[in-house]
Every structure is written in structure tokens, then in C-alpha cells.
Design a protein around this ligand. Structure first.
Ligand code: ADP
Ligand code: ZN
Ligand code: ZN
Length: 804
């Protein structure tokens, strides 16, 4: 017998090992085994076991590490697909897929067996063996490392292996797992309404009688100081104490969970019916669920999961963020109880391992998680849901550069499952696929509780004084808001890392003559003045004094970041309480949540921030959203810049006036007539799509071509350039003959240096995925070798979502 084993190292193929013939227990696919690899011993993953006469002598597997497989066999083709598509070694793909705790927290232990005890008693063991057996005689599993410390003979390991072969000892792998300790709160429930109660007690009893079981913090919030009353009521048996797991949103508020589903709106019911029908067919089908904010998509997901469980199959739900996953967990837990497992990086390794094992053992048939949950070891998933599918958070940007949204579609296809891509602002790709009929479409067009989308006003910045940061309209509105004690959000697209040149007269940015993307303005460096650079092809030019289109001298620099905005604003409104949220000001999650909570609790008047504040969060006090530099991201050197700007504007607008107070949105733009701004103003997605698709077709960008980005980095600016050049030579040579593949670059990346590493990149444009992969398969091995030789690093990003 032999096994194909994938090793978590930079080799593309699985290696074949012999399964020692004396083993009765064949390690089936999905288990980890210990194997010799070169001079090392490594843990690998069994992919396949077969009977075959080996052509040459194979090295044997040393040991099986797992009692049960870590993933179902049906996932192996999925892993193989990923390895081939992203050109990533299969062993590393599997390592990425498995919970990190597995390798971090496991340690090996030795246990004595009955045969071993007998051998020790009868004295049939050698002196060395007896020493070991004596150390183990207590019968408890002993850590291998401790044993080695105790018996510092160099051969302990070999002796142990021999003894394991004679079944005197067993070598096992123990995982240190923290059991999941859910956060629990004390609850109280009224048992009766007693006539003998004191007025104070009566108040508490009536409150509880009406509300049913309620958590202690919430009771204390509503009836401050009733702590001792509660205790006396409990003593009398008039209320009963209990405990309940709590779910909190990022602000630390509790969710009220009701187990019974609400009555679905007609739109929701129709959507649920359509999905149930598809789920019953048990064939692959992809749906775009396009539902405006507040249209109740979660209820539709819950219904679909119910349908798939009814078919005896399992379900996977992805959320872009831990905080959003936590919000959703409450809803899913109340409906599916212990059948739910959660997988995200907010869990510690032990918890994640426990959740993983519950899925493996079939105890959990519904998995909810962030990006990496796409690898959940579910058997026979019949439904895969991707909520907020447009989010860039689904793209993993280091190691294996995968897109969990795309993989959701692949996994569903391989499993004959239904995939639902839900969003209020679908990604361009998903919407395009639905227009082409590749995905079916479901629309939710109304907010559940009624309510309307906010009114959006667009201010033409070309009519303001040149260089103005805040228009008079926005300032007036901000002042009014402050007077009324209402809150405002100012949204800034990304950090102001890049500056562009913009002509106020003819409203164009200065563009690269070769690539149709804006040139980036670079600040003077030693020996150079200011210059313009194309980050696609490397074209460089000096800074023009006049606009090349209209000849006007009114060129302005665009690109103020959050920090400068905050400064300017505190000068204008010295008494306002202003907070700033971006990666510089809140480097950690906990700080981010604290800032958001302060704002949520009304401790701040104005919040300035980047993307971080645009997502799914609900701030009840906000009645004004301002977007001072709406165009900024429109000109990013990225073909998807317009799509992203449209999405962000739509999402941010959704933050305003979500309760009963009407909301207002003010967008400042130099391009008020740009189709992105026009359609965002009217909440018109399809109109935007039609114009954007024309642009993409004209400029030949996805979906009309496929892209791969090769990024080279080094701590040395000369080396990185040389490496990029070498890659360029290989790629250009290979693509010379073929009409379907074009190579752009090498050029410095827009963000030229990150963590002391200089970055250059090349963009490969191919007519379709087949041609792209033909080129990559032909060249990447050589590119990697060339780069390694110069001691630089290479990263391949297939279907890049960011060109920065
Ligand atoms: P979306 O994700 O589409 O923005 P949600 O799923 O978060 O919307 O739902 C918005 C709100 O409406 C939630 O508070 C939810 O509990 C509530 N809701 C959803 N469906 C119904 C319904 N059929 N009846 C009453 N309330 C509902
Ligand atoms: Zn001009
Ligand atoms: Zn260019």
C-alpha cells in the first residue's frame, strides 16, 4: 500500500510514501502523517491511498498523527482546484485551510501499553528500553519532550519508535484545547404576580412578567438599584434565576433573540420559495440576492438554511467581518441551536479546533464564519451563502491569495449546491453574471419596516474657491447638526497616500497616455523635483504647468487624508467633539470598537473615518453623512476604482437616518456629472452598471479579460528593480507570440514601499482564464527561480482585487 502525501512546503506535487505492511490501520485521506522529507521529518496530509507496485523503493510513513481525518475526502478535489488556479503548492493550500491551532497547540505524548507493562515486569526489555518503560509505568500519557529531558540519551526517539513497533508504547498526538466557554449572563424570570409583594417588588415582578426571561444587566438598566429586591424575590421563589449565553454587537449591547421567525414580507417569502425550489433540485445554481439595506436578507438566509437541513444536507454562511459574523450568530443560534458552528479568527486556537471537530464529527451542520470558513470541513454542503459579497475583505492578501467569494461558487459547483451571493450593492462581477444569466437574480426592493433611502445632495467643488476642503453647504449643515445635538459622519476614501493632478476647467485628471489611469503625483525626493508616475506601465513625466487637454493653468492637487481633514475641522468647529477612525489612529480592533462605541453612545459629535466606518454598522444618532472628497478614490490607479467608489458612496449613504429621523447625505465632487456620482445620487444600480460595462469593454478590463498581478519585493531598491526586470523578460518572451496575453510593466507599485520592502509589479492581461493559466503555467516556475536567485520575493495574485 502506498499513500500520496501533500507536504506544507514549496513543492507542487504530492509525494508518495509506503504504508508499512504490518499496519492494520490504513491512514485514510484527510489524516496527517509524519514522513521523512530530505533530512527532516514533516507532517503531511494524506490525499490518496492505493494498492500499487512501487517503481522504486519508497520511504515509509513513520506515524499517523490523527485519529480521525481533519477534512472530508470530498474536499480534496476542491484543494486541488485551488492549488492549480492560484498556482500554490497543495500542501500549503491545505495548511491555509486548516485551523492554525492544529500545528501550534499540538504536542506528542507517549503511553505505555499492556504489552509494555508485561515486558518491564518480565525483564525482557533492554536497559535503555526498561528505563523508558519505568518512566512511563504510572500509565499516564507523558509528553515526549519531558521524557527526552528525563532520559537525555540521543537515541531515545529511535528506541521509542522501535518500542512502538513492538506495541510496548503508543505515540499519540495531544491537542491542548480550551473548551469553548461561552459568555453567560444571569437571567431572571417572574414566576407569579404576588399580591403580598411590596411596591418595589411589585414593580420588578410586573416588569419581568411582561418581558419574560430577562438578563440581569438589562433589568438593572431599566430599574436601577433593584439588585437587593431581585435577591429577596428570588429567596421567596417569586422569581427564578437562570443563565443564558449572550450575543453582543461591537458596542457591547446584547441582542434580544427570539426563536420564532417573524412573518415574512411577501418579497422575503417569494425569495425563500425560489431558493427552496433550487435547494430541492440538488443541482448547482448560483443566485445573486440583491436586497437594499434593511430589506431583511438575514431572514431569507435563515429560511434557506432551514430548507437545506430539511434535505439532510449542510450549510455554510460567510460574513466579511468578525463583527458582522457575531451579529449574525445570534440569529442563527436562536434558530439552529447547537447545530451551528462558528469559525473565525476571533476565536482562540483551542476554540477554533473544537468548532472544527464538531463539524468533522457531524455535530454541527451549519457553519458561520469569516473568509477562511470557506474551508470548513462540512460534508455534503447543499447551500453556501456569501453575505455582503461585494466586500473586499473576502480577498486574502497574503500567503495564498484567494477570494472566498469566488471559492464559494467553486465549492458549490463541486458539491451540487446552491450558492447565494447577497448584497445591497453587488460586486460588478456578480451583477454582470446575473445580467448574462450565469447567476439567477432575486431582488428585495423594500425596507422591512418601511422607511426610505436618504436624500443625497451633490456639491460641485469646481464652483467653490480653489483648494477649498469643505463646501459652504457642508459647513452650514454641519453647524446646524451641532446646534441640534445630532451626529455627523465624514467619510474619507482611504488614507491620503496618493495625490493626483486635476484640471478644474475641463475636469480631467492628468492620465497616462498608455494605460488610461491617472498619474500619481510624487513629492520631491533628493535630487528630483516633483514628478508624475504611471503605476501600471512605469511611464514617468515632469509636472505640467498647464492642462494638456484644455491648456488651462488651473491644476489642483487632490488627495487630502483623514488627518488633514481632522485638523481643518477642529479649526472650524473648535467646540465640537471630533473623533477619527483609520488604520493610523486605531491600530487595533479593540481600539476601533472603543472609538465606534464612543460615537454610538453620543460621546462624539463628528466621526471622520475611512472604509472602517462604512460597513454594516448602525448609528442611531447620525442624521448627516458628508463625503468631502468623493472623487478621490475615483481616480485611484485601479481599473475597479469607479465600481468601488459607487459601492462606497451607496454604503455610506445607508448610514444616514436609519431610524425615524430623516437623514441627509452631502457628496462633494469635482465631477458632479460623472456617471458614478449621478447614479449613486439616485440610488440607481443598473444605470451605473450599463455605463461602467461600456467603459470596461472599451478599455479592455475585467470582465472582458482576466488579470494576474506579479508583485516583486526586496529591502533593496536596486535588487527589486532587477528582479522585476527579470520577471518581465520571461513573461514578455513567453507572451510575444500569443495574441491573447499582454504584459504591462514592470513598474513601481503605487504604494512603493511597505514595511521597508520596495515593491514593483507586473500586470498580466489575458483574453480568458485558459490563456492566463497557459501563460502562468509556462512561466511562473522560471520567474520564481529567477527572483529567488537575486534574493527578492515574488507573490502571484490571480484575479487581483487591488492594484496598490
Ligand atoms: P439587511 O441585511 O437586508 O440589511 P436585515 O436582515 O438586517 O436586513 O434586517 C433588517 C431588520 O429587519 C432586522 O432588525 C430584522 O430583524 C428585521 N426583519 C427582517 N425581516 C423581518 C420581518 N419579516 N418582519 C419583521 N422584522 C423583520
Ligand atoms: Zn483642462
Ligand atoms: Zn501607463
Amino acid at each position: 500500500m502506498q499513500a500520496h502525501v501533500a507536504l506544507p512546503t514549496a513543492v507542487d506535487e504530492a509525494y508518495t510514501y509506503e504504508i508499512p505492511s504490518e499496519w492494520g490501520n490504513i491512514p485514510e485521506p484527510g489524516r496527517r502523517v509524519l514522513v521523512p522529507f530530505g533530512s527532516r521529518t514533516m507532517a503531511g496530509y494524506v490525499l490518496e491511498v492505493e494498492h500499487a507496485a512501487p517503481e522504486r523503493r519508497l520511504k515509509p510513513i513513520l506515524e499517523v498523527l490523527d485519529e480521525t481525518p481533519l477534512f472530508p475526502e470530498e474536499m480534496i478535489p476542491f484543494f486541488r482546484w485551488i492549488a492549480a488556479y492560484y498556482l500554490h503548492p497543495i500542501g500549503l493550500v491545505i495548511q491555509t485551510a486548516l485551523p492554525a491551532g492544529l500545528s501550534v497547540e499540538s504536542h506528542r505524548v507517549v503511553v505505555i501499553t499492556d504489552l509494555g507493562t508485561t515486558a518491564l515486569r518480565e525483564g525482557s526489555a533492554s536497559r535503555e528500553e526498561s528505563e523508558i518503560l519505568a518512566a512511563l509505568a504510572h500509565g499516564r500519557p507523558t509528553r515526549l519532550s519531558l521524557l527526552k529531558n528525563k532520559l537525555p540519551g540521543a537515541s531515545t526517539e529511535a528506541v521509542l519508535r522501535r518500542m512502538a513497533g513492538m506495541e510496548w508504547v503508543r505515540l499519540e498526538n495531544h491537542l491542548k484545547t480550551d473548551t469553548v466557554r461561552p459568555l453567560k449572563v444571569k437571567t431572571y424570570k417572574a414566576m407569579c404576580l404576588s399580591a403580598r409583594a411590596t411596591p418595589k417588588q411589585k414593580a420588578v415582578l410586573e416588569y419581568l412578567w411582561e418581558r419574560g426571561e430577562t438578563s440581569r444587566p438589562r433589568i438593572l438598566e431599566s430599574l436601577p438599584g433593584c439588585d437587593s429586591t431581585l435577591r429577596s424575590l428570588e429567596k421567596r421563589g417569586w422569581v427564578r434565576a437562570g443563565a443564558r449565553k449572550v450575543y453582543r454587537n461591537p458596542f457591547g449591547e446584547e441582542y434580544s433573540i427570539s426563536g420564532s421567525p417573524p412573518l415574512l414580507t411577501p418579497e422575503q417569502a417569494q425569495a425563500a420559495r425560489v431558493l427552496a425550489g433550487a435547494i430541492q433540485r440538488k443541482k448547482y445554481e448560483a443566485f445573486m440576492l440583491f436586497g437594499i439595506t434593511g430589506s431583511g436578507k438575514t431572514e431569507v438566509y435563515l429560511e434557506a438554511v432551514k430548507s437545506v437541513l430539511g434535505e439532510g444536507r449542510s450549510a455554510l454562511i460567510l460574513c466579511p467581518e468578525i463583527s458582522l459574523a457575531a451579529q449574525m450568530e445570534g440569529a442563527f443560534r436562536s434558530r439552529f441551536g447547537d447545530s451551528l458552528a462558528v469559525l473565525h479568527s476571533g476565536l482562540n486556537p483551542g476554540q477554533r479546533y473544537d468548532q472544527w471537530m464538531r463539524v468533522i464529527h457531524g455535530k454541527a451542520k451549519v457553519v458561520l464564519g469569516a473568509r477562511s470558513a470557506i474551508f470548513a470541513p462540512l460534508e455534503d454542503p447543499g447551500l453556501v451563502i456569501v453575505d455582503e459579497e461585494h466586500e473586499q475583505a473576502y480577498k486574502q492578501e497574503d500567503g495564498l491569495h484567494y477570494n472566498a467569494r469566488d471559492l464559494a461558487v467553486v465549492r458549490a459547483r463541486m458539491s451540487n449546491a446552491v450558492v447565494v451571493l447577497g448584497s445591497a450593492t453587488p460586486s460588478f462581477q456578480t451583477y454582470h453574471n446575473s445580467v448574462r444569466g450565469k447567476h439567477s437574480a432575486i431582488f428585495l426592493t423594500e425596507r422591512v419596516g418601511g422607511g426610505v433611502l436618504p436624500e443625497i445632495q451633490v456639491v460641485d467643488m469646481a464652483r467653490e474657491k480653489p483648494g477649498t476642503r469643505f463646501s459652504s453647504v457642508l459647513l452650514k449643515q454641519l453647524a446646524e447638526n451641532l446646534d441640534k445635538g445630532e451626529q455627523a459622519i465624514l467619510f474619507v476614501n482611504r488614507r491620503g497616500y496618493a495625490s493626483l493632478l486635476f484640471c478644474i476647467k475641463c475636469r480631467t485628471t492628468v492620465e497616462c497616455p498608455h494605460c488610461h489611469v491617472s498619474l500619481t503625483l510624487h513629492a520631491p525626493r533628493s535630487g528630483h523635483g516633483e514628478f508624475l508616475l504611471c503605476h501600471y506601465c512605469g511611464f514617468k513625466s515632469s509636472v505640467p504647468k498647464t492642462c494638456s487637454v484644455c491648456g488651462s493653468k488651473h491644476l489642483v492637487t487632490m488627495g487630502a487624508g483623514t488627518e488633514r481633514m481632522e485638523e481643518a475641522l477642529s479649526e472650524l468647529f473648535p467646540s465640537a467633539r471630533i473623533g477619527r477612525v483609520d488604520r493610523d489612529s486605531v491600530p487595533t480592533r479593540s481600539k476601533l470598537f472603543r472609538a465606534l462605541r464612543d460615537f454610538h453612545d453620543g460621546e462624539l459629535d463628528i466621526l471622520i473615518g475611512t472604509q472602517m466606518i462604512a460597513k454594516g454598522l448602525d448609528f442611531p444618532g447620525v442624521t448627516l453623512v458628508g463625503v468631502p472628497g468623493a472623487d478621490q478614490s475615483l481616480h485611484f490607479p485601479d481599473y475597479a476604482a469607479t465600481e468601488r467608489t459607487f459601492q462606497i458612496l451607496s454604503q455610506v449613504a445607508g448610514r444616514s437616518g436609519r431610524r425615524n429621523k430623516p437623514g441627509k447625505v452631502i457628496i462633494q465632487s469635482y465631477l458632479p456629472d460623472h456617471y458614478c456620482i449621478r447614479h449613486a445620487k439616485e440610488h440607481r444600480f443598473h444605470g451605473f452598471y450599463l455605463e461602467e460595462i461600456t467603459q470596461r469593454a472599451e478599455l479592455d478590463y475585467p470582465p472582458f479579460c482576466r488579470l494576474a498581478l506579479v508583485r516583486v519585493s526586496s529591502t533593496d531598491p536596486i535588487v527589486v528593480r532587477e528582479a522585476a526586470g527579470a520577471v518581465g523578460d520571461i513573461l514578455k518572451h513567453a507572451s510575444r507570440g500569443s495574441r491573447g496575453v499582454k504584459v504591462l510593466g514592470p513598474a513601481p507599485a503605487p504604494i512603493g514601499k511597505i514595511r521597508n520592502r520596495y515593491r514593483w509589479h507586473l500586470l498580466i492581461k489575458a483574453a480568458d482564464a485558459g490563456m492566463l493559466h497557459a501563460c502562468l503555467d509556462e512561466c511562473m516556475v522560471r520567474c520564481r527561480q529567477a527572483v529567488r536567485k537575486i534574493k527578492a520575493d515574488l507573490v502571484l495574485d490571480v484575479d487581483p482585487s487591488s492594484m496598490l
